[in-house]
Design a protein around this ligand. Structure first.
Ligand SMILES: Cc1ncc(C[n+]2csc(CCOP(=O)(O)OP(=O)(O)O)c2C)c(N)n1
Ligand code: SF4
Ligand SMILES: [Mg+2]
Length: 351
């Protein structure tokens, strides 16, 4: 089986990555979301990150649920595999695909309603199993597609556009992802392009479960006074932990860094994640410290962003199951199908 997608013919002057692809090769259909929707900025960052990382588009599988956020895989990586599943069920479809073909890069794209409301059970089990994927929650605190009902990530006391106050407490996606066992947990803001873009590149390089909570304002139903997921609220309350710099493995890592002011994390593929500290004492490899800092930020009404936790040695789902090196999807039938004799022996045991 050959995997190479031929770069399409584009204007010869367009910049190319190390594989010869242009930015256009990573784009998708034209977005039908509302102008100014945060989700479109996340789409743009995914396209840019994949272009810069020189990923083969056909080596990516985009899986989503239902919602405006879950529509977005149509707007990026038009040459990749994609499956738009059922509301809240993206994790089980992604897990199944992962079992069948361990060689793909899995991007799970979801919304706060999709993951924290109807899909919370599925989300939890995907996190605790260590499924190899980049799970992105495009978090706007509402069900955008069904016209602005509160989701389970809406903060207690925040107001809907119609003036209703939310009385339930919010689920913090990064807090629960950490407790459930994700090995790379981060939060960003769709309006913070520089941070999101570097974070996405590091997330794709990570082997294991990545959970990215990206605050992504819904300009139509949740961008007003009293919302805690609006552009204005985020501009006023975002509290970045560090400046993120990512150096891919194929680039020579020759930039010096000062260990006093920078945390350096070597990723599985040899690439480097450099976190220049804004907060002196923050250590992204300390899970207990991360949970404590997240809880402190909730108390202080801040929205903490950055790579909150990374563990490059955590076991992942596929390795724990001791799967074959060759993906099940490409093994020949002679290997995957039991012979008649084996089936008869099984039947005999059941008699
Ligand atoms: C089983 C099921 N229940 C309810 C719905 C209706 N529904 C469609 S999208 C949605 C919420 C989407 O919210 P979110 O995941 O936050 O995505 P957003 O549109 O905000 O990006 C709901 C309740 C559905 N499609 N399927
Ligand atoms: S309704 Fe909200 S989430 Fe949906 S496309 Fe419009 S702005 Fe985006
Ligand atoms: Mg939503």
């Amino acid at each position: 089986m050959t995997y190479l997608t031929k770069p399409k013919f584009h204007h010869p002057g367009l910049p190319k990555n190390t594989l010869g692809y242009t930015h256009r090769d990573y784009e998708g259909a034209v977005s039908t979301l509302c102008a100014g929707c945060g989700h479109d900025s996340i789409t743009a960052s995914i396209i840019q990150a994949c272009f810069e990382l020189a990923i083969e588009p056909h080596k990516v599988a985009k899986i989503s649920g239902i919602g405006c956020s879950s529509k977005t895989p149509d707007y990026f990586l038009g040459n990749s595999h994609g499956f738009n599943s059922v509301h809240g069920r993206m994790p089980s479809v992604l897990t199944g695909a992962n079992l069948a073909n361990r060689d793909l890069i899995y991007l799970g794209v979801s919304g706060d309603g999709d993951s924290a409301s109807i899909g919370l059970g599925q989300f939890a089990h995907a996190m605790r199993r260590g499924v190899n994927m980049v799970y992105i929650v495009e978090n706007n605190g509402v069900y955008g597609l069904t016209k602005g009902q509160f989701s389970a990530t809406a903060d207690r006391g925040s107001k809907s556009k119609r003036g209703v106050t939310n009385t339930d407490s919010a689920i913090d996606m990064v807090g629960i992802a950490l407790q459930l066992g994700a090995s790379f947990v981060a939060r960003s803001f769709s309006g913070d392009k520089k941070q999101l873009h570097s974070m996405l590149k590091a997330a794709i390089a990570h082997k294991g479960t990545v959970m990215l909570d990206v605050i992504s304002p819904c300009v139509t139903f949740n961008d007003h006074e009293g919302s805690t997921k609006s552009y204005k609220f985020m501009k006023d309350h975002e509290e970045p932990l560090h400046d993120i710099n990512f150096v891919p493995a194929f680039q020579e890592i020759d930039v010096d860094y000062d260990p006093g002011s920078t945390v350096n994390v070597t990723m599985h593929d040899g690439s480097a994640l450099r976190l220049r500290k804004i907060e002196e004492d923050y250590d992204p490899t300390n899970k207990i410290g991360a949970i404590k800092r997240i809880m402190e930020s909730q108390e202080a009404d801040e929205v903490l962003t950055g790579v909150l936790y990374v563990n490059t040695t955590a076991p992942n789902f596929i390795d724990m199951l001791d799967m074959t090196d060759e993906p099940l999807a490409t093994l020949p039938e002679s290997v995957t199908r039991p012979s008649r004799q084996v089936l008869e022996e099984c039947m005999e045991e059941l008699r």
